[in-house]
Design a protein. Structure first.
Length: 268
């Protein structure tokens, strides 16, 4: 699977400019033979959270764009995330479409990031973010979600062999980004393809470092601060090979973990 990672700058509070830019990137990636294209987090508005009433996608615009493009060019699109307005509030939503143009996942970011005021402006999602592309299970999470190993584990336990991450991760903690992603790949013995934005907004400078990490932990793509598209070829058979070499999933002791959890509860 040839994957294209779009490490772009995002114009703060300027959806029109961002939609144009995304179409240009999708076109470039598709013309370079990408089978799956991955976008960063909140690419329609950036973190203009106080302006979501007027700026968030309330019209299905993103889904229609991604579905139309995917079908025309026969590519899968992990649509990063966009700010959306739904019946009960605003969300940070990842849409995934397959190469036939079908919407296969709509995942609302599960863990809201307080340092960037998400808990004030956004609702939290409660679906797992699993989806299938050509009968293979994948996972998708958004930014802060990677700090919750149990959340990524839940996707891996449900069959995801590759987990996509879309982010607006600040430069100030980019060492956390790198280490957490590598740890999530090694502990779950799966691929992680993680796309972060570059550039800055009024509050943060963002760290890029879009990466693809193999199940043994090697970094196969590292875009550092480079703007544009990074490509990586992935063979999912590697997952099985690594899980055979060290059978972590067979060696898990679910019942023991449950018992230990209860002991902790008793102490509290
Ligand atoms: O966890 C972090 O340090 C960054 C998270 C973040 O920027 C986000 O979830 O938008």
């Amino acid at each position: 699977m040839k994957i294209a990672c779009v490490q772009m700058d995002i114009a703060f509070g300027e959806p029109e400019q961002n939609y144009r830019q995304v179409v240009d990137y999708l076109t470039e990636a598709a013309s370079n033979g990408a089978e799956t294209i991955v976008l960063p987090e909140m690419w329609n508005t950036g973190y203009a959270l106080t302006e979501l009433e007027t700026l968030a996608d309330s019209t299905n615009r993103t889904v229609e764009l991604l579905k139309g493009f995917a079908k025309e060019h026969a590519v899968n699109i992990v649509g990063g995330s966009v700010s959306t307005k739904k019946a009960d509030g605003f969300y940070n939503t990842m849409f995934v479409v397959d190469k036939t143009g079908e919407l296969v996942s709509e995942y609302d970011k599960a863990h809201r990031f307080g340092l960037m005021d998400e808990h004030i402006h956004l609702e939290e999602g409660d679906s797992l973010g699993l989806f299938e592309l050509e009968n293979i299970a994948f996972g998708g999470v958004i930014c802060y979600d990677i700090r919750f190993p149990e959340w990524i584990r839940a996707q891996a336990l449900n069959g995801a062999k590759l987990i996509f991450v879309s982010a607006e991760w600040p430069e100030a903690r980019i060492d956390h980004w790198r280490i957490l992603l590598q740890a999530r790949a090694i502990e779950n013995q799966c691929f992680i393809v993680a796309v972060n934005r570059i550039g800055s907004d009024p509050n943060n400078e963002f760290g890029g470092s879009t990466m693809a990490i193999a199940p043994w932990g090697e970094v196969r793509l590292d875009m550092k601060k480079e703007e544009g598209i990074g490509y990586v070829e992935i063979d999912l058979a590697e997952v099985g090979e690594v899980r055979k070499r060290i059978p972590v999933f067979d060696d898990r002791r679910e019942k023991l973990y449950e018992k230990f959890k209860k002991q902790i509860d008793t102490l509290q």
